[in-house]
Design a protein around this ligand. Structure first.
Ligand SMILES: Cc1cc2nc3c(=O)[nH]c(=O)nc-3n(C[C@H](O)[C@H](O)[C@H](O)COP(=O)(O)O)c2cc1C
Length: 452
């Protein structure tokens, strides 16, 4: 049996995923102001034959300034370039790698999103992907005429309708609708242009879209959401899911659940690629890898570290950092139930405040592996071959170094094992991901009618 091939996304948002990334001597501290910084990581990902580069996104500064002053000392997700503007520029300096960004269904209109991703697909010759999110923060709501974010069910209901409309708009022009026939004077074939005329609960959209001819038909649809509704949307519509799991068992349960929901929508399990986050810290030896991680941990600003404990313990900035967390001195309102595991550990093992914030801040996004290329590849292969994922979205600790380390050390190891490509197979992102071509609803209906 042919080996299952791994799909790899490289998340190149900002300066990296470790909260001390901007202190790292190899990271340009002002990198998020500089286009070259993004070019550097995007080209590195392409050198590593990654399927795609990925931008998570928020439309506001979502971190709170708690404890007071911590925000001004944090370089994490404070300022960054708007990815929908950034990606077309990156399309010009890359050739193969997929270009995926997050865009919110709560603070956009479907027509805008359909139009922008269609254009990105044209500019990049078929490499566009949209990570559809519903947005969750009050900080974002306040930038868009609201005091609070929409309630959960409304957000998801709106999201489901939003995606339907976007896909409807993308289908509005069939593939061969444009004749460009100067002789006959026919620009397009009217029978292959379709007015959507959508009238739903959240949107009224007439169409057609005034962008057409996308190489992928539909840009790749990515979904990131773990709840019941999120899983259902993913099973019904997504081509890729971005997930976060700390342990293989958790990832396997999620994988089985989401894939198991697909059949009722007439989809094969392979029509959806599930990519959990992985944060690898790679060194030629275990000691070198550990030293790289320790360096970042040492660079962590105490106030930024304390911000990571704020949700659980409140403001600890008035306490000595090298003494145990004063858990019994804190009021019940400061201690939230969601962190019971942490609380239990604090009671039993009595770590100091500094030890604890380092531990929490160092808990990278998703699955963290510190080790040699072979050890990182072992872990990835174990997940891939035991139905925990179809690949990974790499969330490097810092950029571009974390991306380079992965590309230079782990990718060759995965290639040697025959579980990752040596060259791009296809022209479009959809082809490289091993996905079927997008189906245009009107073309399908036409061929069905012709067959009857
Ligand atoms: C892996 C993952 C990545 C996400 N990335 C983003 C993001 O970049 N921007 C954003 O606004 N929300 C992001 N979200 C939030 C989701 O859009 C959603 O609002 C949130 O997960 C709550 O939905 P859920 O309960 O279905 O997970 C992400 C969620 C997950 C699980």
């Amino acid at each position: 049996m042919a080996k299952k091939m791994m799909r790899i996304g490289m998340s190149i948002r900002g300066l990296g995923y470790h909260p001390a990334a901007w202190h790292h001597p190899d990271v340009p501290a002002d990198g998020t102001f500089r286009f070259e910084h993004y070019v550097r990581s995007a080209q590195s990902a392409e050198r590593g034959k990654c399927d795609l580069i990925f931008f998570a996104d928020g439309i506001g500064i979502r971190e709170r300034d708690a404890p007071r002053g911590s925000l001004a000392r944090s370089g994490y997700e404070i300022v960054e370039m708007e990815p929908m503007t950034l990606l077309p520029a990156l399309a010009v300096v890359t050739k193969h790698v997929g270009l995926v960004t997050t865009a919110s269904t709560t603070y956009n209109e479907p027509y805008h999103i359909a139009r922008k991703f269609a254009t990105l697909d044209l500019i990049s010759n078929g490499r566009a992907g949209w990570n559809m999110v519903t947005s969750w923060s009050e900080a974002e709501a306040k930038n868009f005429n609201r005091e609070e974010h929409l309630d959960y069910d409304t957000r998801y209901e709106r999201a489901a309708e939003f995606v339907e409309v976007v896909k409807g708009l993308w289908d509005g022009w069939e593939k061969d609708a444009f004749l460009f026939d100067r002789k006959a004077g026919q620009f397009y074939d009217e029978s292959k242009a379709h007015v959507l005329n959508h009238k739903g609960k959240h949107f009224q959209v007439k169409g057609p879209l005034n962008v057409a001819g996308m190489p992928q038909g539909h840009p790749v649809l990515v979904q990131a959401g773990a709840s019941e509704q999120g899983r259902e949307i993913a099973a019904e519509t997504a081509d890729v899911v971005y997930a976060v799991h700390g342990k293989i068992a958790q990832a396997q349960a999620y994988y089985a659940d989401v894939k198991g929901r697909m059949a009722k929508y007439g989809r094969d399990r392979d029509d959806l690629k599930i990519l959990p986050a992985i944060c690898p810290v790679v060194g030629r030896t275990v000691a070198e890898a550990q030293a790289k991680f320790d360096q970042l941990q040492e660079l962590l600003d105490p106030l930024v570290g304390l911000a990571r404990l704020y949700n659980t313990f409140g403001d600890l900035s008035g306490y000595p950092l090298d003494e145990p967390v004063p858990v019994d001195a804190l009021g019940p309102q400061e201690i939230r139930s969601m962190s019971e595991t942490l609380l239990k550990r604090v009671r039993e093992e009595k770590p100091t405040i500094r030890e604890l914030y380092k531990e929490v801040a160092g808990r990278v996004t998703g699955f963290g592996v510190i080790g040699t290329p072979a050890q990182v590849a072992d872990a990835m292969q174990e997940w891939l071959e035991n139905d925990a994922c179809d690949g990974f979205n790499v969330t490097p600790t810092h950029l571009p170094g974390g991306c380079d380390d992965f590309v230079d050390m782990v990718v060759p190891e995965l290639q040697r094992r025959g579980i990752f490509r040596k060259e791009y197979e296809g022209k479009t992102l959809r082809e490289n991901l091993g996905l079927k071509p997008a189906v245009n609803r009107y073309t399908v209906a036409r061929s069905r009618n012709a067959a009857e």
